[in-house]
Design a protein around this ligand. Sequence first.
Ligand code: IMP
Length: 422
Amino acid sequence: MSVSVLVGSQWGDEGKGKIVDILGERFDIVARYQGGANAGHTIVIEDQQFILHLIPSGILRDGIKCVIGNGVVIDPQALLDEIDFLQKHGFNFNDRLFISHNAHIIMPYHKVIDSINESGDNKVGSTGRGIGPCYIDKFDRKGIRVVDLLDKVELERKIRRNVAEKNEILKKIYNKEELDVEVILKDYLAFGNLIAQYITDVPTFLNNAINDGKSILMEGAQGALLDIDHGTYPFVTSSSPTSGGACSGVGVPPTKISSVFGIVKSYTTRVGLGPFPTELLGEEGDELRKWGAEFGATTGRPRRCGWYDAFLLKYSRMINGIERVAITKLDVLSNLDEIKVCIAYELDGKTLEAFPTTVNQLERIKPIYKILPGWKTDISHIRKYEDLPIETKNYLSFISEHSGFEISIISVGPKRSQTIEL
Ligand code: IMP
């Protein structure tokens, strides 16, 4: 029996899609546990690129069953578009996609409110997919869930109630146009008919699978530092990408989890606003962005780029319980003469023992760097650890030692084949 959790260890975009695709082959089921269509998981198969937002990357491997857990917020149109796109590319959905009846549904008013929030003082650089407002309704116990799509009377009642309330807010507080409830009703009743076939009692499905000896990979979206509780609040997403979110996000108990696997980019990126101690501004950052093609898979926004932060990774390892990791995009560092790694934070002249507890402190810290020599050679064709340049091996040993984890996969390019396993 193996139930593993896979987490993004930094601010998201670590390359989870490719690694889930590779590891997924060893699991019977891949289950996504939080987030929504704000995520963009990129997988390259024989020069064809797939960007998945809601469906677990396991769908690209025959025979793997894919689950969307209750912790995910689902935009039905985005989901149907993704199913359609994958089916057109020959991927089969027969008995392969299972969606929790308890997952919440993103409504048009969530997206409108998201964009209003982004235009005011509370801007965080959201992807604008309605994620935060949908989770607000969930915790306010006003949300519309997947199961509601099956009961037309109940669905209509909830939609009318919620749209009336949101229209009051849109009109009276924001002076915006009201939404047409009849259009929303028509669309969502139609979504129900199309999605009904996938709706499943996910906790029972997964726990039965565990009892039958099946293995499960629980796939997180975003990254630990975007966690609503443990991230750089308020510059975070509205869910729990950390490993703790996996159990509540799919309905599998902590006693069944056997390991936590981290995905770690060999440098650091973040999209949206918020503190970023090792950020490279100016030309150096622009070059890293260009070499790493660091543009958002969902929004196309340029990602902020910076050095590897081992102090941040130590914190991430602690809150997630990460034991082993995949290091991704190592080939991107190949042009550099020297590479910096942040090993400690200094605040007001003192070296910190623990990761700062407030965004204000994080904004004021001074990163302490160790400079390592670069390898200045293309490594994207290398398939064995022994064949990597000595400088690359030293870089890997250094970050592994200073972050406190063991490296078991190294990715040297976007393709499945560009992978080194240790
Ligand atoms: P939201 O989740 O769309 O509300 O965005 C909140 C913050 O999380 C913003 O800074 C986004 O850029 C960031 N974010 C959300 N999803 C992702 C992701 O998949 N990768 C990286 N950053 C993300």
